[in-house]
Structures are given as C-alpha cells and as structure tokens.
Design a protein. Structure first.
Length: 278
C-alpha cells in the first residue's frame, strides 16, 4: 500500500503517540532545538500517521525531538504532515531519516540497520532468502539493498563488511541487551559490536552486555576473555565451548522441548549423571 498524504497543518501534540521509538531522546539535541525554535521558530513539519480504529489518535513517524522541544516550551500544537500508511512504511521512514540525518553512535547505527533489514524483507519477501544472489524477480530489490548499503558505508566512512557486522550485531541484540548497552558508562564502540556480532553463544553475548553495562569490562573483547578465563588456563578447551552451547540451547528451549530431549536421551543422561556424581 502506498502512503497517502491526508493533511498538512497544525495538530494537537496531546493526540500524537510518541512511543516505540528506535532510539531514546538526546537531551543535548532537545535543548539545542529549544534554543533554535525560540530564535527562529519551527522550521519543518513533523510527520505522523493516522491510527486506524483509534478515533483521532495519531502516531509519530518523524520528529520526536521537535515534539519534546515544543512541549517544554509550552506549545500545545505542532506543524505536521498527516499520512495514511502501513506500520512498515512508517518504520522505514523513521529508519531512513535517522540514517540520513542523525548523528548516530555505533549502537544506534546497529539497531537501525538491523531493523531496516527486517522491515525491508517483510515489505519485499523475495529478498529474504538468497537475497544477494538475485533473480528475475528479486534482482532489482537486491540492487536496492546493495545500493543502500554502499551509500550508508560511504556516508559513515565504513566498509561494506563493517556495515554487515553492524547488522549482525543489531540482529543479535534484544530490547534488554540494547538497554544495558545504552546504560554503559563507556560508549559502546564499533569494535565492541563486531565482537558481539561474531559471538556464537547467546549466554556469552548476554554476559558481555551485562559486564559493559556494569562498567566491569573496558571492552566486549575483554569481557569475553574474562568470562572464559580460569586460573592456570592457557587456552580455551573445546569441552568448555560444547558445555556453553548445550547450556545456551537448553535455556532457549521450551519446557516441552526439554522433556522430549530428556525422554529421547534418558539412558545417556542417567549414565552421565552417575559419572559426575561419583
């Protein structure tokens, strides 16, 4: 469904839902905007969309900092463009606007790039499987993805490989680990995110994020090294990695899945329990 512009003009701020944004407000940006608005006024409209089945309620697409700045200045309405569009169209607009104009740190860049991949593949399912191979149906869309990747890489002075690792890191993080990393006393770096992207064990990834959030490690690499270090160890043992992978798979499995595994491997498990109990 193509987006349709319904209205341009003033809209009540109280009727605009500003929840579910991909990045939090920057206090510095809000204060700067307040000073600018006081001096020259609002220079561009925000963009909102109509929420179906919710009366006059609207949801923000672009302009979170402008809404906050005007609200603090005591304004009750804001110059806006109102759209009729899908959730995915609105999310893609939010992502691309931030990627094009915002001063994003490495973590926010990873979050936006990973979310863009998810939304794009939902909008264009032909690109999801084997997308970078292309065919007569998906070739143009693949070209769009590659072109977008190159443009972001050039704009941010990053390589295509670094962009791919940022996407991988963003995909590996959930709301809680993103929250932890944003709360870290030391800003998360591209190197930290690349370590997280290459980390194949979820339990390790969560431990790294928790260590960075608590300020207990200087980097993701240091956190990973400390997690596996034992007195007298000179190298990581294969059995340690196997044990972590099994623990990670068990933690993510459903209760029914765990029961079925136990039934299928009951004899082997009983022998192992007897061995470690001696």
């Amino acid at each position: 469904m193509a987006a349709k512009l319904l209205f341009t003009g003033e809209l009540p701020i109280r009727d605009i839902d500003v929840s579910d944004r991909l990045r939090p407000l920057s206090e510095t940006a809000v204060v700067s905007l307040m000073a600018s608005i006081e001096e020259v006024g609002q220079q561009s409209e925000i963009h909102v969309r109509k929420i179906r089945h919710q009366g006059g309620r609207m949801k923000l697409i672009l302009g979170r900092h402008r809404i906050e700045a005007l609200s603090r200045l005591g304004c009750t309405s804001i110059a806006s463009k109102l759209w009729d569009c899908t959730d995915d169209w609105a999310r893609m607009a939010e992502i691309d606007d931030n990627l094009a104009h915002a001063d994003l740190n490495a973590l926010d860049l990873a979050v936006f790039l990973a979310e863009r991949k998810v939304v794009y593949e939902r909008m264009y399912p032909a690109t999801k499987f084997g997308a970078f191979k292309g065919n007569q149906h998906s070739g143009n869309l693949v070209s769009d993805i590659m072109s977008f990747t190159r443009s972001v890489a050039e704009q941010r002075d990053l390589s295509k490989r670094q962009i791919e690792r940022l996407v991988a890191a963003g995909q590996a993080l959930d709301r809680e680990t993103i929250r932890q990393l944003r709360a870290a006393p030391k800003r998360v770096t591209l190197a930290d995110l690349q370590t997280l992207a290459k980390c194949g064990v979820e339990a390790d990834r969560r431990a790294i994020c928790a260590a960075l959030a608590a300020g207990a490690a200087k980097s993701a690499k240091a956190a990973l090294t400390a997690r596996h270090a034992k007195p007298g160890d000179v190298a990581r043992q294969p059995a340690d990695l196997d044990a972590r992978r099994l623990a990670d798979a068990f933690a993510r499995a459903s209760q029914e899945g765990r029961k079925r595994f136990a039934r299928d491997h009951l004899e082997a498990l009983q022998k192992l329990i007897a061995q470690v109990s001696k």
